[in-house]
Write a protein that binds this ligand. Structure first.
Ligand SMILES: C[S@@+](CC[C@H](N)C(=O)[O-])C[C@H]1O[C@@H](n2cnc3c(N)ncnc32)[C@H](O)[C@@H]1O
Length: 245
């Protein structure tokens, strides 16, 4: 145990030790109190606020990009499950997207405030016309990065939740293969158990490298991780595979 006196703070607690405790108010569930307490004590929440990001999630893509360098100046990016907009903010700044020359396109079924340099659609990505809208917004260009932080709210029924997230990852991956330029990257949220064997196999065929990472800002107690696929080989791979059958 650290003795604050021994550290020369005169017995006072350092700011780091000052954990905010929240009392359970009447009508507030224990889970909500715990969530509130965690938010108030989370350094990433405070950093997001002070650095102008809409979500602490912004740090996840920031940290992954620092290591994996998906974004280059001028890259085109698609953000699936974009609300409230942290990942789009990070991407727009990294690629140099502006309203005059927007390079980032995002989609979410939730409302989002506008983000400079980002074209946003309020729509469920699983709807048939959603991919087409995003492709049109890319203005005839291929994308360099497709990133998906999509997750449905959990139902509490493990098998159902698993199937729903697997479906989201599959449609995001299919979309990525359709729109990525050769050399492009795909990043998608997955949950414990990683990526389904078949999907991983399919991605390995289409990309030079595929792996899972958990950025430091992803909560340790969360089953969340990210699948990263880099070096898209181009859509010919799909055509060749069809011909081989
Ligand atoms: C973890 S949040 C994304 C946070 C975001 N990356 C950020 O930095 O602010 C997941 C988002 O996925 C969205 N989402 C889940 N399923 C979706 C779907 N089928 N279509 C569009 N958005 C979806 C949710 O509405 C939610 O806003």
């Amino acid at each position: 145990m650290v003795n604050s006196k021994a550290l020369g703070t005169g017995g006072r607690k350092s700011d780091k030790d000052l954990k905010i405790r929240v009392k359970t108010a009447k009508g507030r569930k224990v889970a909500s109190t715990k969530w509130l307490e965690r938010q108030l004590n989370d350094p990433y929440v405070a950093r997001a606020r002070s650095e102008g990001y809409r979500s602490r999630a912004a740090f996840k893509i920031k940290e992954m990009n620092e290591k994996q360098k998906f974004f280059k100046k001028g890259s085109r990016v698609v953000d699936l499950g974009a609300a409230p907009g942290g990942w789009s903010q990070v991407a727009a700044a990294a690629v140099g997207s502006t309203d005059a020359n927007p390079l980032v396109v995002g989609i979410d079924y939730l409302d989002m405030d506008p983000i400079p340099g980002v074209i946003l659609f309020k729509k469920d990505f699983t709807e048939d016309d959603a991919p087409g809208l995003l492709i049109d917004a890319l203005g005839g260009h291929k994308a360099d990065v497709v990133m998906s932080d999509m997750a449905w709210p959990t139902t509490g029924h493990r098998a159902t939740d698993h199937l729903r997230i697997v479906h989201l990852i599959e449609i995001a991956a299919d979309f990525a293969i359709q729109v990525l330029a050769p050399g492009g990257s795909f990043v998608a949220k997955v949950f414990q158990g990683g990526t389904e064997h078949e999907l991983l196999h399919m991605l390995k065929r289409h990309f030079n490298t595929t792996f899972h990472i958990k950025p430091p800002s992803s909560r340790k107690d969360s089953a969340e991780a990210y699948l990263v696929a880099k070096g898209f080989k181009g859509s010919n791979v799909a055509e060749n595979a069809e011909e081989e059958r």
